[in-house]
Write a protein that binds this ligand. Structure first.
Ligand code: AMP
Length: 189
């Protein structure tokens, strides 16, 4: 299966992907992690870091080659989980084109929903534990705004296809995972 996770920062995409990757035995591709791991002493790494640190999206010309190279690797032949991608309608279009070329398509889009008060509280808590450069109050606000303006329209892009499942992310991680598993199982071939 090819599954996309869409949700604002703090909705639990990473946590749930880690569980689903085990359940389905398909790789978990996080563009955030891929971008954070670009070498910080390289010119591209510095550029990427400058976008991440202020909560802005990294431009497509930097994101797309990293993602498509990873998607073309053999372990993605039977499917994958996309965490944090696509984040714009343009990325969604490019993903469709790439998958079509390979004779594939998306099976499911999981929309993790949570209110912004809950998200801010979770992200500030994560900041204490993980020390991520983009988990500051100011950057969190910017990232939530970017989600509303740039990423929420991706849901409309997929809506007509009947592949979007809404998941209430303001539950315990176990409850969220049960909801995800139900959505996945109902679509497994
Ligand atoms: P995440 O780990 O998914 O919360 O992503 C952290 C940051 O990485 C985001 O705020 C963006 O700056 C950048 N990023 C991750 N995925 C993408 C993407 N698909 N397109 C552009 N920027 C991205």
């Amino acid at each position: 299966m090819r599954i996309v996770f869409i949700g604002p920062p703090g909705a639990g995409k990473g946590t749930q992907c880690k569980r689903l990757t085990e359940y389905l035995s398909i790789p978990h591709l996080s563009t955030g992690e891929m971008l954070r791991s670009t070498r910080s002493d390289s010119a591209i790494g510095k550029l990427v870091g400058s976008f991440i640190e202020c909560g802005r999206l990294v431009p497509d010309y930097l994101v797309m080659p990293i993602l498509t190279k990873r998607l073309a690797e053999p372990d993605c032949a039977d499917g994958c989980l996309l965490d944090g991608f696509p984040r714009t309608v343009n990325q969604a279009r490019e993903l469709d084109a790439f998958l079509l070329e390979q004779g594939h398509q998306l099976d499911l889009v999981l929309h993790l929903e949570a209110d912004s008060q809950e998200l801010v509280a979770r992200l500030l808590k994560r900041a204490e534990i993980e020390n991520r450069a983009d988990d500051t109050a100011e950057t969190i606000a910017a990232r939530l705004q970017v989600f509303e303006t740039e990423t929420a329209p991706v849901l409309d892009y997929y809506l007509g296809r009947g592949i979007v499942e809404r998941i209430d992310a303001v539950q315990t991680p176990d409850q969220v995972f049960s909801a995800i598993r139900r959505a996945v199982d109902s679509r497994r071939k």
